[in-house]
Design a protein around this ligand. Structure first.
Ligand code: GTB
Length: 216
């Protein structure tokens, strides 16, 4: 059964692949699972029909027969469990890959979101210039530890996995900040993820939505 995901009708990221449907698209492309996309506007996201799928009125969602999921992490995990290619067969290696998924979402992403809130929402506040370096340093703390762990490996734990997909998906959010460039092995790690054919197909698909919306 072909799953359907939801994505922004007009993404505020202007097609740069920062919205979280990108991770889901990438996972589906990695495992070779075709999918449909239902585009939703900001107002549609807050309507009861969409909230039945996503209690917080957001994207992405994932529908497959009777199953409806929200949260990009849960969706990618579901895809990785149901298809070969994103989680190792060995039980311990699988558990470690899942651990990296959680690390991406619960240890790396929160300070990165804080930075985005600081830059986008708090720019006009009198305390913005004092707060920004503190937020950046909290990210550096995480990036430094991740950089040490990755060292000169290609991926976090052996072969590419859903853990890397999620970590690269989260780290990409730092592109505009320049912080990644302070850690050359992490910048190269993200570039390696973005060079994967499945990433490129997912990126092009979400960019096509933005291009069509801009032309229309
Ligand atoms: N924890 C959830 C998940 O991982 O799925 C978070 C989902 C989420 O934040 N969805 C956002 C959303 O629907 C889109 S991705 N927002 C609308 C709303 O809350 O009303 C976040 C996002 C938005 C915009 C950019 N950007 O412009 O660069 C990047 C990321």
């Amino acid at each position: 059964m072909t799953p359907t995901i939801t994505a922004f009708e007009q993404s505020p990221d202007r097609g740069s692949g920062q919205a979280r449907d990108m991770r889901v698209r990438w996972a589906l492309e990695e495992v070779g699972q075709p999918y449909d996309v239902r585009l939703v506007s900001f107002s549609q996201m807050k309507e009861p029909a969409h909230r039945a799928l996503h209690p917080f009125g957001q994207i992405p969602t994932y529908e497959e027969g009777d199953l409806a999921l929200f949260e990009s992490g849960a969706i990618v995990f579901h895809i990785a469990e149901r298809h070969a290619g994103l989680l190792p067969d060995d039980a311990n290696a699988r558990a470690r890959a899942i651990t990296w998924m959680f690390a991406a979402l619960s240890t790396l992403e929160p300070p990165i979101l804080e930075l985005q809130n600081a830059v986008v929402l708090e720019r006009g506040e009198s305390w913005h210039s004092q707060r920004l370096p503190m937020v950046e340093d909290r990210i550096r703390d995480r990036l430094g530890a991740l950089s040490d762990r990755l060292a000169d490996a290609d991926w976090l734990d052996g072969a590419f996995s859903a853990g890397d997909l999620m970590m690269v998906g989260v780290l990409r959010r730092l592109h505009r900040s320049g912080l990644l460039n302070e850690y050359p092995n992490l910048a190269a790690y993200v570039a390696r993820g973005e060079a994967r054919p499945a990433f490129k197909r997912a990126f092009d698909a979400q960019l096509a939505v933005f291009t069509a919306a801009s032309a229309g």
